[in-house]
Design a protein around this ligand. Structure first.
Ligand code: RB5
Length: 157
């Protein structure tokens, strides 16, 4: 899929509003289609609800990729991975961002605004969006995740 055609959702908690706004402006400058879910618009939500909301949108295939930001990126990754068929990883370096897509085929990138600055976050997002899962030697491993995930979500099946 061409980068410009990727449907991206983004959201954050109180710890990462500035980073979120910087990334939205950056992606729009690059001609990307990015939607700010703003699940915390009333200031009443914490990272679990915000991350869960975005992950459900990914699960329903309303968006192709999601970016979740909080203080560390950790809580957002934990909650997004609780949604079946959604895969999220924390990245604070460019190499990991490439591998998150190429090796892990993860639809959700999380970052922490208390860990890295917005300039590095832009480079990480670019690396992740410019990377694609091509299967190969990684395919069987990703399929194992899907298989084991079924045992966790549907233990009686
Ligand atoms: C603040 O709620 C902080 O815990 C949150 O932004 C995030 O870092 C959690 O993982």
């Amino acid at each position: 899929m061409e980068k410009e055609n990727i449907r991206i959702a983004i959201d954050c908690d109180d710890a990462a509003i500035e980073m979120k706004n910087t990334l939205i402006a950056h992606l729009q400058t690059e001609g990307m289609d990015v939607v700010d879910l703003q699940f915390n618009a009333e200031g009443e939500k914490d990272y679990p609800e915000i991350g869960h909301n975005l992950a459900i949108h990914i699960q329903k295939k309303k968006y192709d990729r999601g970016i979740l930001l909080c203080g560390t990126g950790l809580g957002m990754a934990i909650i997004a991975n609780k949604v079946e068929s959604v895969y999220a990883g924390v990245c604070h370096d460019v190499f990991s961002a490439e591998r998150l897509q190429k090796s892990n085929n993860a639809q959700v990138l999380t970052m922490g605004a208390r860990v890295i600055g917005s300039e590095l976050a832009k480079k990480i997002v670019d690396a992740w969006l410019n990377s694609h899962f091509n299967g190969g030697r990684s395919l069987s491993k990703v399929e194992k995740i899907r298989s084991l995930e079924q045992q966790s979500f549907h233990p009686e099946a």
